[in-house]
Design a binder for this molecule. Structure first.
Ligand code: FAD
Length: 506
């Protein structure tokens, strides 16, 4: 039988995407004949942002044999229970999107119908009081979730805020320890096979040439292989996602780090504040159609409460996706495959799912088109689902104070999102599409946070006297409040378990 297996895998780029792929794929193909080489240019550098994650990151590094504490110590990380949206509904109003559930379903009917029924009877309660994750976050506390909580009220999850360059270094160490070869050189030319149009080799500024069977393009926004060489094309979503710039800056870390990412509405976008153990990451994501770069910079500088560690850096982006994440023998991963915007910290999570797709659909040298088709369909849908979730945050705002926020209200929703919103508002029901990254509890957090509530209550509750709901729902709130009272402050948890340790030099 002809041995048609991929023997040489070349990863282009050594940012978060490149080193995550190198570490994970080396482990996946452990012991096999596949050679993995990563080429990066220390002269070009990485984007240097991407510090807030969602809980899937923990499963990712656990598969590599790393524990939460090891990763937190190596990356100056803090715990993230969710995102606090400040001023998004109206100035001065905030809510938390936690990684976790709200309340307890009763008699097979989702909790939110009971919560609404109680409110309609005059007892309005804060939905965050029914979420352990949101309540811990609000109180500035942290504890690891129980493995098998006795009730759904104990279910929540957590993620990390980490130093992006330290995380890439950690991934690099894991990859290199397991046999990934690293080349520090600038790629000066991408050579295509005249017959197949596949990438055949890369010319390096060292004078060497690097050939491969399969190339993973992790070269960042430019898409050195997928776009510059293969001209795959890009689908822009700037008509529905208005932000296209960010100023990013690190600041001194002062005070107790909160166990959540803070995202605060600004005049033409929003500002992030990500707590690490040794500093904060800050940035202003804005729409260049609504504010100049200079004015956005001034707004950011005025808003960051602590001393800046360097001059802010401008990053320009075009929200959207590469038309084919897999084209010929090139698979784009990370920013080269597209970028929406950082609001829900989905970019690194999309790198993780990209790696899972590569594992699941790993080709041989015949490159059967069905594999790329499946990969591309999956990637497209997954990104569209995330896009819809992010659009909802902007569209549902009730600020009305600047042209930017009014323009967000006026965006035409994609059909997939419009259907979701319609079914939610009419019937309190969640549509779940294939390849959704965000579960109903996350949609509930955003709908409720923006006061976008169902017009009707599930008819199974018609026979229930709302007064009888007061006591069981109060019990739920009490059970959560008791756990929060017994949990340690986030800073105490970090001090106890997560103080940094020096990494061995490479
Ligand atoms: P890069 O970091 O840009 O790496 C590109 C690599 O390619 C580098 O190593 C470079 O040297 C190499 N390269 C390029 N050209 C050449 C060449 N010619 N020769 C050799 N090497 C070359 N994601 C999150 O999940 N959470 C967040 O909070 C978050 N915040 C963000 C905020 C902003 C403003 C932006 C823009 C993005 C954010 N992201 C976030 C996304 C996140 O930063 C990226 O997904 C992640 O860093 C992966 O980047 P990358 O590895 O694809 O690209």
């Amino acid at each position: 039988m002809r041995d048609n297996r991929i023997r040489k895998l070349v990863i282009v780029g050594g940012g978060t995407a490149g080193w995550m792929a190198a570490a994970a794929l080396r482990r996946h193909f452990q012991g096999g004949p596949l050679e993995i080489t990563l080429v990066e240019s220390s002269e070009i550098g990485t984007i240097g942002v991407g510090e807030a994650t969602i809980p899937t990151i923990r499963g990712f590094y656990q598969q590599l044999g790393l524990t939460d504490i090891e990763v937190m110590q190596a990356t100056q990380a803090t715990c993230k229970l969710g995102i606090r949206f400040d001023g998004w509904v109206r100035p001065g109003q905030a809510f938390i999107h936690p990684f976790g559930l709200f309340g307890q379903d009763l008699r097979g009917t989702p909790f939110h119908h009971y919560w609404r029924k109680l409110a309609q009877a005059g007892e309005v309660t804060d939905i965050a009081d029914y979420s352990l994750g949101a309540s811990l976050a609000r109180a500035g506390k942290f504890m690891a979730p129980q493995r098998n909580p006795s009730s759904p009220l104990g279910i929540f999850d957590w993620a990390l805020h980490f130093d992006a360059s330290l995380f890439a270094q950690l991934m690099r160490r894991v990859a290199q320890d397991n046999g990934v070869r690293r080349i520090d050189a600038k790629i000066t030319k991408v050579n295509l096979d005249a017959e197949t149009g596949h990438v055949a080799s890369l010319d390096l500024d060292t004078g060497a040439s690097l050939d491969g069977d399969l190339f993973i393009d992790c070269s960042g926004f430019r898409g050195l292989l997928i776009e510059e060489a293969l001209q795959t094309g890009y689908e822009s979503w700037s008509d529905t996602l208005l932000c296209d710039r960010a100023w990013a800056v690190q600041s001194e870390g002062q005070g107790e780090p909160p166990p959540y990412t803070d995202v605060t509405a600004q005049s033409a976008g929003w500002r992030w504040r990500i707590p690490l153990q040794h500093r904060y990451g800050n940035g202003y994501v804005f729409s260049s159609r609504h504010i100049s770069e200079e004015d956005a910079l001034a707004e950011l500088k005025a808003a960051v409460p602590d001393p800046l560690l360097h001059e802010p850096r401008l990053i320009r982006f075009n929200p959207g996706r590469r038309k084919q994440a897999w084209n010929r023998n090139v698979i784009a991963l990370g920013l080269s495959s597209g970028f929406l915007e950082p609001l829900e910290s989905t970019s690194i999570a999309l790198i993780e799912t990209g790696i899972e797709k590569i594992k699941a659909l790993f080709p041989d040298r015949d490159f059967a088109p069905e594999l790329a088709d499946e990969f591309n369909d999956w990637s497209k849908r997954e990104m569209e689902r995330v896009r819809d979730f992010i659009i909802l945050h902007y569209w549902a705002n009730k600020r009305g104070d600047t042209v930017f926020w009014r323009d967000c209200n006026a965006v035409t929703l994609p059909d997939t999102l419009q259907q979701k919103v319609d079914l939610w508002t009419r019937r309190g029901h969640f549509i779940r599409y294939r390849w959704e990254m965000f579960h109903p509890a996350s949609w509930l957090a955003i709908y409720a946070g923006f006061e976008l509530l169902p017009e009707t209550i599930d008819p199974s509750l018609d026979g229930i006297d709302p007064q009888t709901l007061s006591a069981p729902l109060a019990e739920m709130r009490k059970a959560i409040a008791e756990v929060v009272a017994s949990a340690p402050p986030h800073g105490v948890f970090l001090e106890q378990y997560c103080r940094p340790v020096a990494m061995a030099a490479q």
